[in-house]
Design a protein around this ligand. Structure first.
Ligand SMILES: Cc1cc2nc3c(=O)[nH]c(=O)nc-3n(C[C@H](O)[C@H](O)[C@H](O)COP(=O)(O)OP(=O)(O)OC[C@H]3O[C@@H](n4cnc5c(N)ncnc54)[C@H](O)[C@@H]3O)c2cc1C
Length: 502
């Protein structure tokens, strides 16, 4: 540290979190004398999963100046318009949580209120007919959104499904080009200052000692610094998000190249399917109190669309968050900060948010405790909001066919979620956040997709006579269908990208 400036940042871990942080710091501090080093251990490896994202990742990539075609080609990415949930509310159900709006406001009243009124009168087409990303996804079509707000193709966004290992390599190349230094080795000791417990240095197995001013703990579930050294503590959310294990198994592509991720509910958890350009990522997230590892693996293997391309990767986790995500001179980012299970592909987004907040509150040598306190407050809030949204998927079910679903259906949700669910059930109102990642269309998709139907609709939606509303809905649904059918096939868009970068 020199004159109160942070000069050396040491990032522990070279998974998605470590390399995203390194790339972002190398970009944000370009031209300034900040040394950034990443320590990673090939012997320990990375978690090896994390392939589906949410649209915000595009802002991260754009900020770093990534060219989309190059990124898509090098990470074997596909486009993602949302997630299809199968068998969640009831066996046989299917709905898509899209990255986009449902319909459009009419007379200052939210679209879904008009739809609820039409539904009560018996003439509403299915809600998903009013979401362009859903209509396109159901046809395996994709196109980029239009920047023109008058164009119906401006009503959606998109994310990516990519090979996480290739994304980390892509970020690493970017960061190293900008001066980030990588050190291979396993940390065996963490040295703390006796006076205040700040981390002073880490010691590698080789005996090498590496000092820094700021440490970013991206060491995954281990939390080598934040927990191993600082004992920041962990808040366990298993009572609401009971899945605690997963098995992942990629296979060759034999099914459709869907522009969406699939999450199919099973007896004691759920299965994911994430199609990439070169393979399909599959996994089973499950609760060990209700099924065994072998049964879970068999359930996954039995439904693979082709033969596996690797050995099964078994993982264990505890859903929850670190009690302090910034403690003294250690900021935990990634799995070391918490894990809320992969149902809505939120982990990489939480990494991105953490990096943004770290840059907002980047410390100087005075280590003002307010920086850490505000960072922590904002990050804890994000984790809670994602948590509530995830719990909704498990709790809002009518399934009673297995002990696991009985448990989920009858659990007591957090008060914050109970209030939101009651408000929607009563009058179709969605509680919106100023901060927090899931907005009205996301909540609507899951509430209605999982059969929570409001008892009443907004009386203001009654201004439009029934025949006029019926016609308006029909016209709107036609517009979405026509726009979706005019889009190219998802596979064709990817082929075009591959040809352009060849
Ligand atoms: C089953 C499952 C499915 C998931 N699916 C998704 C998804 O679809 N979308 C999504 O956004 N997220 C998903 N995630 C989360 C996502 O995988 C992680 O958020 C992401 O990979 C970041 O992990 P990480 O970098 O924090 O940790 P890791 O990938 O575990 O990396 C930890 C790093 O720390 C290093 N390290 C650890 N200990 C030491 C030590 N002592 N010395 C030196 N180095 C050390 C390791 O070598 C490694 O480089 C999923 C997670 C799980 C468990």
């Amino acid at each position: 540290m020199n004159g109160g400036r942070i000069e050396r940042v040491l990032i522990v871990g070279g998974g998605t979190a470590g390399w995203m942080t390194a790339a972002a710091l190398s970009h944000a501090f370009r031209g300034q004398p900040l040394q950034v080093r990443v320590i990673e251990s090939a012997a320990i490896g990375t978690v090896g999963v994390g392939e589906a994202t949410v649209p915000h990742i595009r802002h991260f990539n754009a900020k770093l100046g990534f060219d989309e075609a190059d990124f898509i080609t090098r990470t074997k990415a596909t486009f993602k318009l949302g997630i299809e949930f199968r068998d969640w509310g009831r066996l046989g159900d299917s709905y898509i949580h899209p990255f986009g709006a449902f319909g459009q406001e009419i007379g200052g009243v939210p679209f879904h209120q008009h739809w609820l009124r039409a539904r009560a009168a018996g003439y509403a087409p299915p809600l998903e007919d009013f979401s362009l990303p859903v209509v396109a996804a159901r046809r395996d079509r994709f196109d980029h959104p239009s920047p023109d707000p008058a164009d119906v193709r401006s009503t959606f966004s998109y994310a990516y499904q990519f090979d996480a290992g290739l994304y980390a390599a892509y970020l690493r190349a970017y960061a190293e080009e900008r001066g980030v230094v990588r050190t291979e080795g396993r940390i065996v000791e963490v040295a703390q200052r006796p006076e205040d417990g700040f981390v002073a240095a880490v010691v590698l197995e080789s005996g090498e000692r590496l000092e820094a001013d700021l440490f970013v703990d991206c060491s995954g579930f281990r939390g080598v610094l934040i927990e191993g050294a600082l004992r920041a503590g962990y808040e366990d959310w298993t009572r609401w998000l009971p899945c605690d294990r997963a098995v992942a198994l990629p296979c060759a592509i034999a099914g459709p190249l869907t522009p969406y991720t699939q999450a199919t509910a099973r007896e004691a958890g759920w299965l994911w399917r994430i199609p990439l350009q070169h393979r399909v990522g599959n996994g089973h997230v499950y609760c060990s109190a209700f099924t065994s590892d072998d049964e879970a693996e068999r359930a996954l293997v039995d439904q693979l669309e082709s033969s596996p391309l690797a050995a099964p990767n078994r993982l264990r986790f505890t859903t929850g968050r670190r009690r302090k995500q910034w403690d003294r001179n250690v900021v935990a980012i990634g799995l070391s900060a918490g894990f809320l299970e992969p149902l809505e592909s939120t982990s990489i987004h939480l990494i991105q948010l953490a990096i943004g907040r770290l840059l907002d509150f980047f410390p100087d040598g005075s280590w003002d405790p307010l920086d850490a306190a505000e960072y922590d407050r904002l990050m804890q809030l994000e984790y809670e909001r994602v948590r509530d949204f995830l719990i909704l998927h498990y709790h809002a079910t009518e399934r009673a066919d297995t002990p696991f679903w009985d448990h989920c259906r009858t659990m007591t949700p957090p008060d914050s979620l109970r209030y939101k669910m009651e408000l929607f059930r009563e009058r179709g109102a969605v509680v919106n956040y100023r901060d927090g990642m899931f907005l009205e269309p996301s909540w609507l998709a899951v509430y209605l997709g999982q059969n929570i139907l409001p008892r009443r609709h907004d009386p203001l939606s009654g201004k439009m006579p029934d025949p006029v509303l019926r016609d308006a809905l029909g016209t709107l649904a036609d517009r979405y269908r026509q726009a979706a059918e005019a889009m190219p096939r998802h596979a064709a868009v990817l082929q075009r990208y591959a040809a352009a970068t060849r």
